[in-house]
Design a protein around this ligand. Structure first.
Ligand code: NAP
Length: 240
């Protein structure tokens, strides 16, 4: 489905990003895996790829790294803005550093990377940007004011950029995962997990592959008339 497409995935070292890169590679894509750091024993046995170290919060570094990616691959067709962190606390107790770091990585990072990749993406015959948001950007979540604000910001940026570039056949969509089994949710204790599952009509957490499959749809010609949308992958947690 993605044969000869060059796809860039941020936060691709593990979790959902790794799974998106794997599913794209297994569907024929050439992949630029971007992460703040890769472990020495990093393993990606799924096809043509290169790794690039980038802290998405660093605007200047993003411009340099994307120059290297376009020099190496000659083009970019698909960008997945997936890198993200949580630093949870009730707003009453939230430290400025907790607010700033989440906004800098989750929201400013999407701007920095998209800005760096946009010229190349606009040259693609059928480009696609996929921003990984979250259901909490739609619903809010106690203890996650920083995170939900960053993800709501990503959704606003997605819709705005879709209006700016869709006439050039570059589509921009967001995916809003619910609670997905990764290191990010492993931090939750059993009681917190049970409370979450009780809110999910499908009564379970999701798997990274279930998010990656929606990204594959949004990256491929299967979704050629879909832009400016937010697709929840959440076992029915949000229904509008
Ligand atoms: P994860 O397992 O913590 O993986 C996040 C990846 O992003 C890691 O490889 C991490 O690198 C990388 N990263 C962190 N800061 C970075 C930076 N400044 N620059 C570049 N890369 C950076 O998280 P995940 O659960 O896969 O989440 C992926 C995305 O899905 C995030 O945007 C998250 O908000 C979103 N999401 C997740 C869930 C969920 O339930 N898991 C739900 C909704 C939305 P290190 O390994 O060095 O830390």
């Amino acid at each position: 489905m993605l044969r000869n497409k060059v796809c860039v995935v941020t936060g691709a070292g593990r979790g959902i990003g790794y799974e998106i890169a794997r599913v794209f590679a297994q569907n024929g894509a050439m992949i630029a895996l971007v992460d703040v750091r890769f472990p020495e024993n990093f393993h990606f046995p799924y096809g043509e790829f290169r790794t690039y170290e980038l802290d998405v919060a660093n605007f200047d570094q993003a411009q340099d790294v994307f120059k290297n990616i376009t020099d190496d691959f000659k083009k970019i067709d698909v960008l997945v803005n997936n890198a993200g962190i949580t630093k949870d606390n009730l707003l009453m107790r939230m430290k400025k550093e907790e607010w700033d770091s989440v906004i800098n990585i989750n929201l400013n990072g999407v701007f920095n990377v998209t800005r760096a990749a946009l010229r190349s993406l606009l040259k693609s015959e059928a480009g696609s940007i996929i921003n990984i948001a979250s259901v909490v950007g739609l619903m809010g979540n106690a203890g996650q004011a920083n995170y939900s604000a960053s993800k709501a910001g990503v959704i606003g940026m997605t819709r705005t950029l879709a209006k700016e570039v869709s006439s050039r056949n570059l589509r921009v969509n967001a995916v809003a995962p619910g609670f997905i089994k990764t290191d990010m949710t492993d931090k939750l204790n059993e009681k917190q997990k049970e409370a979450i599952i009780s809110q999910v009509p499908m009564s379970r957490l999701g798997n990274p592959e279930e998010v990656a499959n929606i990204c594959l749809f949004l990256a491929s010609p299967m979704s050629s008339y879909v832009t400016g949308q937010v697709i929840a992958v959440d076992g029915g947690m949000t229904m509008y």
